[in-house]
Design a protein around this ligand. Sequence first.
Ligand SMILES: C[S@@+](CC[C@H](N)C(=O)[O-])C[C@H]1O[C@@H](n2cnc3c(N)ncnc32)[C@H](O)[C@@H]1O
Length: 253
Amino acid sequence: MRCEANHSFDIAAQGYVHLLPANKKHSALPGDDKQMVAARRDFLEAGWYQPFSDRLNQLVTDFLRPEDRPLLLDAGCGEGYYTGRLAAALDPRVRIAAFDISKSAVQAAAKRYPRVSFAVASAFSIPVADGAVDCLVNVFAPMAQREFLRVLRRGGRMIYAVPGARHLFGLKQVLYEKPYENPVRDVEYPGFRFLERVPVRADCSLSSAKEIRALFAMTPYYWKTPREGAQRLFALERLETEIAFDFLVYEKI
Ligand SMILES: C[S@@+](CC[C@H](N)C(=O)[O-])C[C@H]1O[C@@H](n2cnc3c(N)ncnc32)[C@H](O)[C@@H]1O
């Protein structure tokens, strides 16, 4: 691939393009590493988050009109669980692109979902032309409001998944003496009209230490839990927890 300034970029054997300039990286290998990507894939493939993925597929399908050959962009796609399920559910005329700052995650995604155009890139410098995107989805990845606004066309949708109030509450009860519910706010972003909050709830009952660790490694608590809390969790063979996503749906004005 070649950019306007005539720089060329190789398409990797796995089918993705690396479009993250060295000066935009905050470390040598930013984002989730290989081990975290593998843990995420194992956990997601067990199907615990499938109700969220199904609802996301529905929200996107209801909005896009395949006859217009629309472009869907998954920002911060990780190892591609939601992207891949969107690709399987959507009409083949819908074009699908996705990126993540983690090279390991994009490699895993590109290998498995050849229908999707994948890039290693940052949400704060998205390699997509102004107004080219019809629908942008973001599942638990950083919010880059200015870039999201730039790449979306007017009337385009942004579907932003955030944790619901009691998401992973059972897990937090093990990790913390005093677990708090997540704050629930309908955040306004300049340039967007807030359309709706779509809650999805489910229960998750894990019956092995491996699954519990894989879930833990996917969460932000992995990085900030005091040792005693993590040790309590590592001693468990079973865990029951609520899981809750809210999809916040916006329209670009
Ligand atoms: C919690 S994970 C969610 C991944 C995926 N959406 C999912 O739900 O399976 C957050 C993702 O954001 C990515 N990420 C972090 N900072 C980023 C940035 N500046 N630009 C793009 N992706 C980023 C991480 O590498 C990670 O894959």
